[in-house]
Write a protein that binds this ligand. Structure first.
Ligand code: SF4
Length: 333
């Protein structure tokens, strides 16, 4: 079978980036993501094992995917995650291996993850004030998270990126604090516009703080200049400090400035479904093929056909928008 060099969808976009959710479980209870303690987790038998994740990752890399991102829930809740990282890192043709985490376990595991082959880390963090942090996450753990971020910086999982979901009336009084944090630690703080993917069904359009609003607020205190980018599918608009301070500020604006036109992403859920868009209403069950030991040709065909069906864009700004059933905690961003 002749393998196509790249994975292209019906809009001519090339898929280069596979996001792998390795668990739907999390130890935090962020109000917009996992609003209740009594979460119903997927049965273990439904969750892909490391062999299956590895096999699919190798297939995608053979089809031109060169970026893998490990996500959750909270990925470090999966036992022996470092062994999966090590095996993913050894896939030939892989250029970039990153992970998104709430950083709760990073203080003790950053070095081992780096040694296993992890290249970069993104930390989800919506507040730099302990009380507000506890309110938003249901956990009084800000100091642990900050220690984890410092451990990642020391372990050279750099640049450490911080994803802050900007929400009006929730954390819009802390943007300057995040900018100062970026300067102090040389971290790349990205502000993400709040998206309607929340389990708590709290999303309202008026809660969205646009990237431009945040940029103006920061620029007034810490002047910013645009960082040129040659990567059209990069989701963040990057800015640096005019005064040369370390760190960067990025804006991910899926609501006010959608970037679907150059989308290069596809997602694998912890229970073995392919999602061609964060806002997909359709999922593609590749686990059933794996579990009946389907031949490689059938798996490749399935991936090609799935990518063919990739949605053109999200419809957040359209009247007919319907929030997908699967929420962020089970997609992994
Ligand atoms: S909303 Fe869907 S199509 Fe748009 S950038 Fe995100 S994943 Fe890609």
């Amino acid at each position: 079978m002749i393998l196509p060099i790249t994975l292209k969808d019906s809009f001519g976009r090339t898929i280069r980036d596979l996001r792998i959710s390795v668990t739907d479980r999390c130890n935090f209870r962020c109000f917009y993501c996992m609003p209740t303690e009594a979460m119903e987790w997927k049965p273990k038998a439904e969750i892909l094992n490391y062999e299956e994740i590895l096999r699919l990752s190798e297939l995608f890399v053979s089809l031109g995917v060169n970026k893998l991102r490990v996500t959750g829930g909270e990925p470090m809740l999966r036992r022996d995650l470092e062994s999966l990282i090590e095996r993913l890192a050894s896939i030939e043709g892989l250029a970039d291996l990153a992970m998104t985490t709430n950083a709760h376990f990073l203080k003790t595991r950053a070095r081992a993850l780096k040694a296993a082959g992890l290249q970069r880390i993104t930390v989800s963090l919506d507040s730099l004030e302990p009380e507000r942090f506890a309110l938003l996450t249901g956990r009084n753990e800000l100091s642990t998270v900050l220690a984890g971020i410092d451990a990642a910086i020391e372990a050279d999982l750099h640049p450490v990126k911080i994803n802050c979901v900007s929400m009006r009336g929730i954390n819009d009084d802390q943007f300057l604090k995040f900018a100062a944090f970026a300067r102090e630690r040389g971290a790349h703080v990205r502000f993400i516009e709040f998206m309607p993917l929340d389990n708590g069904k709290v999303w309202k359009r008026e809660m969205v703080v646009t990237g431009e609003e945040v940029r103006a607020q920061i620029h007034a205190v810490y002047p910013l200049e645009r960082v040129p980018s040659d990567n059209p599918s990069e989701t963040a608009r990057r800015w640096r400090f005019v005064d040369g301070a370390a760190g960067e500020i990025g804006f991910i604006n899926p609501v006010s400035q959608p970037f679907c036109g150059a989308c290069s992403r596809i997602r694998l859920t912890a229970d073995g479904q392919l999602r061609t868009c964060l806002f997909s209403h359709v999922e593609h069950d590749i686990k059933q093929l794996l579990r009946r030991d389907a031949p490689i040709e059938e798996l490749l065909d399935f991936i090609l056909m799935t990518v063919e069906k990739k949605e053109e864009r999200h419809h957040i700004n359209d009247l007919e928008f319907v929030q997908p059933l699967r929420t962020m905690s089970c997609i992994g961003g």
